[in-house]
Design a protein around this ligand. Structure first.
Ligand SMILES: *Cc1c(COP(=O)(O)O)cnc(C)c1O
Length: 398
């Protein structure tokens, strides 16, 4: 097998599909009319935004008027948490519940709310990376304003029992937000059936364009405006619509939802082949997160005795794009909060590799990764004093 380019970082972002670009192109070129204008020329754009809203509603089982387009997942998460908290504070409710391994768009927003006087309970996710509904139930208090639990984790891919948690929240009269950014377009998402009040999604995680997402807001939930100005998004998020982006989001979602089951099965088979292959050819490594209740495209493996960053650089040299378990983007060398939340020792978390597949990954990509990754791990271990120490004394304790 020749050297190839293998993109295995689909949890970070995905390739825009040509069919999606084609759907968007008219709105970046001839159809530049403002959707809010009164003349006929703007009406094509108006219709496209309306149709996109209906498509989202159809694919995710909600009503069109429950869909609010945003600039992406981070904005949707910020909006949901800040506005729900603000509304609850007016009723004297100042307690928020979430989990230890949420995306930073949620965790950092919670940090912000703490400074505003909110109390935050972060639930554990255990070794398998799954929240327990009974923990949510035990944490609910009369002053709880909101529960926020992600539908699927972005690092280890575990899928959370959000419908069960939603039933508990509904019974207690507490709002439930779910960050479904990793789930939408990859596993079935049923907003109505999930008992969720707020749901975040982002187009670039399912082969749509970057910079566009949505917040679903259940009818009857009062949410303060995010951006004041015009009447767009029912007056709640002003600003001339990103027509092309919105059309692209809907086109990508329609494609993803049309072949969800078939794609999911195929990708999960590739995922399992990749993780089994790595686990059987490299000693002292482990799969992170529940092996079954996980996204079809997520493989997350820790190799003892190596640094994830060095592994990434050597894989990059071999044409493989992947991601590690350290928050190197923030300039710190701390291992990711997600890997620590499932109880990995620091030394193990540091040697983690996330490979995320998509519908576009094929068998040759898997074979290539299975051929290239194990020798790289061995070479790094030969150079690693930590590996020598592990062989001699076992794993260092935190
Ligand atoms: C990518 C991601 C986000 C952020 O979405 P953007 O559209 O990039 O802002 C939020 N939550 C999760 C779980 C994600 O994976």
């Amino acid at each position: 097998m020749e050297n190839r380019f293998v993109y295995a970082d689909n949890a970070a972002t995905t390739r825009l599909l040509p069919a999606v670009l084609e759907a968007m192109t008219p709105y970046l070129t001839e159809e530049y009319g403002n959707p809010s204008s009164l003349y006929g020329f703007g009406q094509t754009a108006r219709q496209a935004v309306d149709d996109a809203r209906s498509t989202v509603a159809e694919c995710l089982r909600c009503r069109p008027e429950e869909v609010f387009f945003t600039s992406g997942g981070s904005e949707a998460d910020n909006w949901a948490l800040k506005m729900a908290a603000e509304a609850a504070a007016r009723k004297g409710k100042k307690h928020l519940i979430s989990t230890a391994f949420e995306h930073h768009a949620v965790l950092h927003t919670l940090e912000h709310l703490k400074k505003q006087g909110f109390e935050v309970t972060l639930l554990p996710v255990y070794e398998n990376g799954i929240v327990r509904p009974e923990d949510v139930k035990a944490a609910l208090r009369p002053d709880t304003a909101l529960v926020s639990v992600m539908l699927a984790n972005n690092e280890i891919g575990t899928v959370q029992p959000v419908a069960e948690i939603g039933a508990l929240c509904r019974e207690a009269g507490v709002l439930l937000h779910t960050d479904a950014v990793q789930a939408v377009g990859h596993i079935p998402v049923d907003f109505a059936g999930m008992n969720a009040d707020l749901l975040s999604l982002s187009a670039h995680k399912f082969h749509g364009p970057k910079g566009v997402g949505a917040l679903l807001v259940r009818r009857g939930v009062r949410l303060a405006n995010l951006i004041d100005g015009g009447a767009q998004e029912n007056g709640r998020r002003a600003g001339t619509e990103n027509t092309a982006g919105i059309v692209g989001l809907a086109a990508a979602l329609r494609l993803a939802c049309g072949s969800l089951e078939e794609n999911g099965k195929r990708t999960a088979a590739l995922r399992d082949r990749l993780s089994r292959g790595l686990l059987s050819s490299v000693e002292r490594c482990r799969l992170n997160g529940d092996p079954v209740r996980r996204l079809p495209g997520n493989v997350n493996i820790s190799f003892e005795g190596i640094e994830g960053e060095s592994l990434l650089l050597m894989l990059d040299f071999r044409g493989i794009c992947a991601s590690s378990g350290s928050a190197c983007t923030s300039g710190s060398l701390d291992p990711s909060h997600v890997l620590l939340s499932i109880g990995l020792p620091h030394a193990v978390a540091h040697g983690s590799l996330r490979l995320t597949l998509s519908e576009e990954t094929d068998e040759d990509d898997i074979e290539y990764m299975l051929r290239e990754i194990p020798p790289v791990v061995r070479r790094l271990r030969e150079m690693s004093p930590l590996w020598e120490q592990i062989l001699r004394d076992g794993l260092p304790q935190d």
